[in-house]
Design a protein around this ligand. Structure first.
Ligand code: HEM
Length: 601
């Protein structure tokens, strides 16, 4: 194995040299399955060795998430492109926003490396996340039409209800430590409603123990599967449902959950078929279809029943999804939309706890838009578009803590790509890695406060935008050192807890600014294969924040003798130190370690 690895490493090195960019050699591929289990522990041990033995390319680059620790250093040292050469493949890291956007737009030349997402097909496939070429275009078209405004309206009301329930729960606790877990619960429940039409009541951390008896319930199966998604992806559901294999009780339960989840999907599928059948038999009548909520499942089943003869030539290619594809895609939607939003929400709660002035700033907007109206009177179409500061918080959190890392590649053909003025010929089979941290956080693009969490940078008044010559690269954008800079930026001073945000331009319409360039903001990806759930996540987020921060506020629980400024620094330090890749996404690993206080505003 060692000789073979040395040989392939040498071959990859020769190929990497043809690129003409700096190369760093590492002995083990980042995605080597065995290495994934022990990489950080081994690297931490080797780092203890003296001198160059403990400080070299291996200890710097050879573990997952190295770039979070390295920050801007690698590209500052090596320029906008460099290669990590491994025995398996060459990884080309790119930090030139123009090259990146060019790469995203040339989806055929630089497709997604689906080898890494293939494991998502555990409940059937191919799925939107794993298919390529014509097959992907067919599934994507159907998915895009399913993720429509009807779906978003449901997301809005369900998220608001769950955000309110979560706030009430935290208030009942006073001091709470369950923000990570509760955020995962609410995002999963929103997906449950939007995908399957199942409205699940919020249950906080302490209410969950009693839940386990209902092992066949939908909530149990969905929750168990999502909590153990990585195990399921690695070993597949059939491993856990195999009765002949000896395994721990918890794994057996996982098998039961997989079976129950499949059973629920089958039931829902059959129900949708019956609804469609009934509609055909009694067209025009008040059908079952009208009596129940829109769901993504129903939309996909409907698409699967489209008759090719009812469509024109162009659409015929796109029609129909098989039953297995529907199950697979439903799982992928639930998987892709769950932890992404949940981890960002957890980050945002911590950032807001450390920034009371921003809380007041966003609460002002929510109060202006929603007044004192009860939640039942909130209106998706009228209220959501006005919650721009809420979205600014999402944009900023996603800028500084980008959870999803994408991998594109050149497949079996060499491709030309201009990077920082130099035309590169990228060899076949090269993996292309966008350096999010660099394009999202470099002062060159985002100003001197690029490293700080400052949601106001995304907001400006309409007047300021007009004055600056419009929105975008030539005019005002989120990198102009703070969009809301036309008033004094809220800042925290020693022991200041709740400085009122000065909305001096109250009444003037605010706009959400674009990033400095499209290649400088890749949180939802770009090009044809960007995130189809982007609008879904916007709506969900705005409703959560509206329900959480109109009437409530969050603070760090202060330690004895600690000033507010000290507790703020402690929280922000914790956020940096506790950030890591747990499983596939960047997240706070132990949010329960820092207690927060939830109280009325
Ligand atoms: C703030 C929350 C979210 C973020 C940051 C996010 C980010 C992303 C990113 C970066 C990708 C591209 C991944 C890749 O190329 O490997 C992606 C793809 C995807 N996302 Fe999201 N996402 C979010 C929410 C959602 C939601 C709520 C849903 C579903 C309702 C969703 C469904 C999907 C799907 C199905 C794909 C695969 C698309 C394809 O391959 O054509 N996402 N997302």
């Amino acid at each position: 194995w060692t000789v073979y690895s040395a040989y392939t490493l040498y071959c990859n090195y020769l190929e990497a040299r043809t690129l003409g960019v700096p190369i760093r050699i590492i002995p083990i591929d980042h995605l080597n399955k065995l290495w994934l289990l022990v990489d950080k522990q081994v690297v931490a041990l080797v780092r203890r060795l003296p001198g160059v033995l403990g400080n070299n390319n291996f200890t710097r680059f050879n573990y997952r998430g190295w770039h979070e620790d390295d920050g801007l250093r690698a590209h500052d040292e090596m320029g906008e492109a460099f290669v990590l050469c491994t025995p398996s493949r060459n990884w080309l890291y790119l930090a030139d926003p123009d090259a990146l956007i060019n790469m995203y737009r040339r989806g055929k030349d630089f497709p997604r490396w689906v080898e890494i997402t293939k494991m998502l097909d555990v409940f059937g496939g191919p799925t939107i996340a794993t298919a390529s070429g014509e097959e992907w275009r067919r599934i994507r078209k159907i998915s895009n039409s399913a993720l429509n405004e009807q779906c978003n309206a449901i997301v809005w009301s369900e998220s608001a209800a769950l955000g309110e329930a979560m706030s009430n729960y935290w208030a009942s606790q006073g001091v709470f430590t369950s923000v990570g877990e509760d955020s995962r619960t609410v995002t999963l429940h929103v997906l449950s409603k939007a995908c399957f039409g199942q409205s699940l009541p919020f249950e906080g951390h302490h209410g969950r123990a009693s839940d386990t008896s209902a092992s066949a319930s939908f909530r149990f199966s969905l929750l168990t599967i999502m909590e153990n998604a990585l195990l399921i992806l690695a070993l597949t559901p059939s491993f856990f449902t195999n009765r002949w294999l000896p395994m721990p009780a918890a794994w057996r339960k996982l098998g039961e959950a997989c079976d129950a989840f499949r059973g629920h999907m089958r039931q829902l599928y059959q129900r949708e078929l019956r609804v469609l059948e009934e509609k055909k038999l009694t067209p025009g009548e008040e059908s079952l279809e009208k009596k129940r909520d829109y769901t993504l499942m129903a939309a996909l089943v409907r698409a699967s029943q489209e008759r090719p003869d009812e469509k024109d030539e162009e659409d015929r290619r796109f029609a129909n999804l098989t039953e297995a594809e529907i199950y697979g895609n439903m799982f992928v939607f639930a998987f892709a939309g769950h932890d992404t939003t949940a981890h960002l929400l957890t980050y945002a709660v911590f950032f807001l706890a450390a920034n009371p002035t921003i809380q007041t700033w966003v609460a002002d907007e929510i109060q202006q838009v929603l007044g004192t109206r009860p939640r039942s009177e909130w209106d998706y179409h009228a209220d959501f578009p006005r919650l721009k500061r809420c979205l600014a918080i999402l944009y900023e959190t996603l800028r500084v803590k980008t959870p999803v890392c994408e991998v594109k590649w050149t497949e079996d053909r060499a491709q030309q790509l201009r990077v920082a003025g130099q035309m590169l010929t990228v060899p076949p089979q090269t993996l292309m890695i966008p350096s999010y941290l660099y394009v999202h956080k470099h002062a060159r693009y985002w100003g001197s406060d690029a490293m700080e969490w400052q949601p106001e940078r995304w907001i400006a008044t309409r007047g300021a935008v007009n004055e600056a010559g419009g929105l975008g690269e030539g005019g005002l954008h989120a990198g102009n050192n703070g969009g809301y800079h036309r008033r004094a930026r809220p800042h925290v001073v020693e022991d200041e807890k709740d400085e009122s945000a000065d909305i001096s331009q109250e009444g003037e319409e605010e706009v959400l600014l674009p990033p400095p360039s499209r290649g400088n903001y890749l949180g939802w990806s770009e090009g044809a294969r960007d995130c189809p759930g982007k609008r879904f996540s916007h709506v969900e987020w705005a409703a959560f924040l509206a329900a959480m921060f109109r009437d409530w506020k969050v603070e760090p629980q202060q330690l004895p003798g600690e000033t507010f400024a000290e507790s703020r620094t402690r929280v922000l330090d914790f956020v940096e130190k506790d950030t890591d890749y747990g499983g596939l996404l960047l997240q706070l690993m132990h949010p329960e370690k820092v207690p927060l206080v939830w109280s009325r505003r």
